[in-house]
Design a protein around this ligand. Structure first.
Ligand SMILES: Nc1ncnc2c1ncn2[C@@H]1O[C@H](COP(=O)(O)OP(=O)(O)OP(=O)(O)O)[C@@H](O)[C@H]1O
Length: 257
């Protein structure tokens, strides 16, 4: 589903700040796989997401989604089939709009504004059903401003918004890092549930080793722009946090909560 092929990227080329981050980087992710990406600071985790979303352009190589090389596509074109949830809960929702308005905007992502744009009874019922998945009672607060929700509630709403139109690829960029431990676990349970129910191919960058071990189908460890460990399915289930720490003991990974 996602093929990152021979990607190279150097920041600030030719300057004193030149930084080669990827040199012939490759990653293949089949449809429906939930991949957790962990690794040392500056190893390139967020840059991978930025390259996929189009926020950063690669120097060379291909990013293939559903068989199509997307490297020449602009961000807004890519946004039609991929969604991203950021660390900051306020990034995914609009504070001055209600929960209902936020959901309606997300639902109409990539569609042109016209007479059909807007809310109808059927969609409102669907939004309520989606919010019920959260178990936070937000389905009864459709007219509440997103800005008045807690960080955890906003991030839960961001998750629903990001997956409402069932993207081909979901990018989670340390999306629980700004939350307290309990909310962080709640959002991770929700993430797994939504990703499973909708069978969405997912890349999740996290510093929380416990989450990387517990959730998803595959865990990748990065160091200096390279994959230094790639553990899948049954092998992943057998690994403990200590196994990962042992392998990466020279590299700083925040243990999480
Ligand atoms: N736009 C940019 N311009 C210049 N350098 C950048 C840019 N984006 C990232 N870098 C550099 O590339 C390297 C990788 O950054 P990246 O944010 O991908 O790391 P990371 O693995 O997500 O790190 P962390 O765990 O600290 O968030 C870092 O050295 C960073 O300073």
């Amino acid at each position: 589903m996602l093929e990152i092929k021979n990607i190279s990227k150097t920041f600030n080329r030719g300057t004193i700040d030149e930084k080669v981050i990827f040199n012939d980087f490759n990653l293949s992710v089949p449809r429906g796989e939930f991949v957790c990406i962990i690794g040392s600071n500056g190893s390139g985790k967020t840059t991978i997401l930025n390259l996929i979303s189009g926020d950063i352009k690669a120097d060379s190589g291909q990013i293939v989604i559903n068989g199509k090389n997307i490297v020449k596509q602009k961000n807004y074109q890519r946004a039609k089939y991929l969604s991203r949830v950021f660390q900051n809960p306020s990034m995914g929702t609009c504070s001055s709009m209600t929960i209902l308005e936020n959901l309606s905007i997300a639902d109409n992502k990539g569609k042109s504004f016209g007479l059909s744009w807007g809310l109808n009874h059927k969609r409102k019922k669907y939004y309520k059903e989606q919010l019920e998945l959260l178990g936070m009672g937000l389905e009864n607060r459709l007219d509440t401003l997103a800005g008045s929700l807690s960080g955890g509630q906003r991030q839960a709403l961001s998750m629903i918004m990001a997956t409402l139109s069932k993207p081909d690829l979901l990018l989670l960029d340390e999306h629980t890092a700004a939350l307290d431990p309990k909310s962080s676990d709640t959002i991770m349970n929700l993430t797994q549930k939504v990703v499973d129910e909708k069978n969405i191919t997912t890349l999740m960058v996290t510093h929380n080793l416990k989450h990387a071990v517990t959730y998803g189908d595959r865990t990748i460890m990065m160091h200096e722009g390279k994959i230094v460990m790639d553990v899948k399915s049954e092998e992943k289930n057998k690994k403990s946090i200590d196994d990962y720490l042992h392998i990466f003991n020279e590299i700083s990974i925040e243990y999480g909560n």
